[in-house]
Design a protein around this ligand. Structure first.
Ligand code: ADE
Ligand code: ZN
Ligand code: ZN
Length: 316
């Protein structure tokens, strides 16, 4: 083999390896984001679905879920590197609570640069940008929709709201059954992948159907409180982040110290938490998009989605 060919093969291999490594460190994995957005699509009102379809890029072919991992695909490009700290929020070590003012900043201390700040920002862009009376649209609403959908998924991944010095579990090396991985990756991808293999015919759509069934059966009394924001705001990522840090402390970090081997006991006890967080992320993404794009639905339609509580501010 010529020197050039040899160099080219090696470089390609290392670049691929690097991309695979980097891509594993942010957000739910591809499956988690796909599930969150598929669940959301099924709860969108007609008006909101129409608005979403109009904003989606052509490559999405009308399917929001197909572009929900886009922010993960672009975050290492030079143009988009500034977005990479918007996928998570870190709390001080061993503090099992979250406080926007204390925690929402980037590693240089710039305020509002974290996942909850990003959710507020992109919601605001869509609300102001989509208002027909604003003749000059300052924002790229297609990008805003894709970022918002992705970050609402991320804030529901417990380890995206977790301790600073272990980088959300990225530096906690563990074994998942026989394979070496890190705790963050276990929660982004390994639990979902093992669940697909063990219970869902290796098919994400089968897993999504099972979560949908739980939403309409087991969690039917909870969905309006999930969808609701207490004081009638369009979006409320702070309580969602508070739930995530509690899940990190009670389930993700518990019994998962550096060097642990995680297997059946950890997998089977944590899978219900992962499935509930995917369900909550999906229901809340839909409720947020319904409030942005369809703020005054007819009463009959209001009751058809999450009950009348989430839109209480519009009913009076
Ligand atoms: N890097 C630092 N903290 C992180 C977190 N919580 N999630 C993902 N990546 C991180
Ligand atoms: Zn992400
Ligand atoms: Zn992640």
């Amino acid at each position: 083999m010529s020197d050039f060919k040899n160099w080219w093969t090696k470089s390609t291999f290392f670049i691929l390896l690097l991309l695979i490594t980097i891509s594993g460190t942010y957000g739910w994995g591809k499956e988690g984001h796909y599930a969150t957005c598929k669940i959301a699509e099924s709860f969108l009102s007609e008006e909101a679905l129409k608005a979403v379809k109009e904003l989606l890029p052509e490559t999405a072919e009308g399917d929001l879920a197909s572009v929900c991992s886009w922010p993960d695909e672009i975050k290492w490009m030079y143009k988009w590197r500034w977005t990479s700290e918007l996928h998570y929020v870190d709390t001080p070590d061993f503090r099992c609570n979250y406080d926007y003012c204390r925690d929402c900043h980037d590693s240089s201390g710039v305020k509002d640069r974290c996942v909850t700040g990003a959710i507020y920002n992109y919601t605001e862009q869509l609300v102001t940008g989509y208002n027909a009376s604003n003749s000059v649209v300052k924002y790229n609403l297609t990008e805003a929709l894709m970022f918002l959908s992705h970050y609402i998924g991320d804030v529901h991944q417990p380890l995206h709201v977790s301790f600073t010095s272990d980088e959300g579990g990225n530096t906690i090396i563990v074994r998942w059954y026989k394979r070496k991985t890190n705790l963050h990756h276990v929660w982004d991808s390994d639990i979902i992948e093992s669940a697909m293999k063990t219970f869902y015919d290796k098919d994400i759509d089968v897993m999504i159907s099972a979560i949908q069934k739980n939403i309409t059966d087991k969690w039917s009394n909870d969905i309006s409180s999930w969808a609701n924001c207490t004081s009638g705001e369009d979006v409320c990522p702070d309580p969602w982040a508070s739930e995530s840090i509690k899940c990190s402390c009670n389930y993700a970090y518990r019994n998962a110290t550096p060097g642990s081997t995680l297997e059946d006991e950890y997998f089977l006890s944590r899978l219900p938490i992962v499935e509930m967080r995917l369900a909550q992320g999906g229901v809340r993404l839909a409720a947020t998009l319904n409030r942005i794009f369809d703020p005054y639905p007819p009463v009959t339609q209001k009751l058809a989605y999450f009950g009348n509580i989430q839109r209480a501010s519009h009913t009076i």
